[in-house]
Design a protein around this ligand. Structure first.
Ligand code: SF4
Length: 337
């Protein structure tokens, strides 16, 4: 039996079973299935674990922008590159809560707060804990991304009631050092372990379109799927073109069908995880997004801005979801046109 058939057999035989011992060969075999077969498996996995006609809606706010000491080669916020981005101080709690309330009114159920740090200082962590507490008071799920954490810092965030911590692996182990040199992949994995040990759910994914090969994208999925527990949220980002960063020269937008295949492969490998179609949706047609939702993507960021880049307008998203008959927190997102 070839590898694709073996994977198919596992998937159809082990309904909704969560595995964390994937090989790259298995991921490649899934990814390379005839499109209709891949989509059928992804749909099966999706329907066994989620309502396929419902989408999670999250909102993302940069609470401290730019001036980051890390050298992530794709990022406008790194202090290593001249991108024209103006660094800001940490926002105050009242302004964050006002923004969260607006996001909730617009239909977001989760509010994500991002700070461009290598690791938070204790004083800043106090402020973030206050924000988490206040946003939870609005009845929203909370997520923060603050860089690397110690076990103690993770415990403090857990005490504040944090639901999710975002810390992306970004890419495959093989491609990682071509993108970032100021911290190693193991640093990231250590932080994920501290977050998990503190009882906080994990949001962890990566970026495609940075000049990596398909094998790297699949290597990233294998890395995620082989963590001791699958991340509860898996964001898949398309690199947003940014002038002045190292990735700029090698970057190439992925073929749209390759993106759909990747989403479907992620859905099958991490069948119980929410897969978020994250940054880069402003480059996607309605048809491509619809295919990604069919392939198992079941979360999006809403709002006109994502950190320092653009995102589709909320009314465009509401219109698309209405035409697809997909329910969400967005007004008007539950009726077929
Ligand atoms: S750690 Fe985050 S904010 Fe800092 S350079 Fe990397 S991606 Fe950008």
């Amino acid at each position: 039996m070839d590898a694709a058939a073996q994977v198919q057999g596992k998937e159809t035989g082990d309904r909704a079973q969560v595995r964390n011992h994937w090989s790259v060969e298995e991921a490649k075999a899934l990814y390379a299935l005839p499109f209709a077969d891949l989509m059928l498996q992804a749909q099966r996995a999706h329907r066994e674990n989620f309502d396929p006609n419902h989408l999670e809606t999250a909102s993302l706010l940069s609470i401290k922008t730019g001036g980051c000491p890390e050298d992530c080669g794709y990022c406008s916020q790194s202090a290593h590159y001249e991108t024209g981005l103006k660094a800001t101080r940490l926002m105050n709690c009242a302004d964050v809560v006002t923004t969260a309330r607006r996001a909730k009114d617009a239909g977001a159920t989760r509010f994500c707060m991002a700070a461009a740090w290598r690791t938070p200082k204790d004083r800043d962590l106090d402020s973030v804990c206050d924000m988490v507490n206040a946003v939870k008071g609005l009845g929203m799920e909370t997520c923060v991304t603050l860089g690397m954490l110690t076990p103690n810092q993770a415990a403090r965030l857990a005490e504040a009631g944090l639901d999710f911590y975002n810390h992306n692996v970004d890419t495959s182990p093989e491609f990682y050092s071509k993108i970032i040199t100021t911290r190693i992949l193991q640093d990231r994995i250590d932080t994920l372990a501290h977050v998990r040990d503190a009882g906080i759910k994990i949001c962890c994914g990566g970026i495609i379109g940075m000049g990596e090969h398909v094998e790297d994208r699949l290597g990233m999925l294998v890395l995620l799927a082989n963590l001791p527990s699958h991340p509860e949220s898996v964001p898949i980002n398309l690199w947003n073109r940014i002038d002045g960063v190292p990735v700029e020269d090698a970057a190439e937008p992925p073929d749209p069908i390759a993106l759909v295949r990747l989403v479907a492969t992620a859905r099958i490998m991490m069948s119980g995880s929410v897969v978020r179609l994250s940054a880069g949706r402003q480059y996607m047609t309605d048809e491509l997004q619809a295919l990604c939702f069919l392939a198992g993507a079941n979360s999006i960021f809403i709002g006109d801005v994502l950190l320092t880049t653009q995102n589709p307008k909320v009314n465009r998203d509401a219109d698309l979801l209405a035409r697809l008959g997909i329910t969400s927190g967005l007004a008007g997102g539950n009726q077929c046109a």
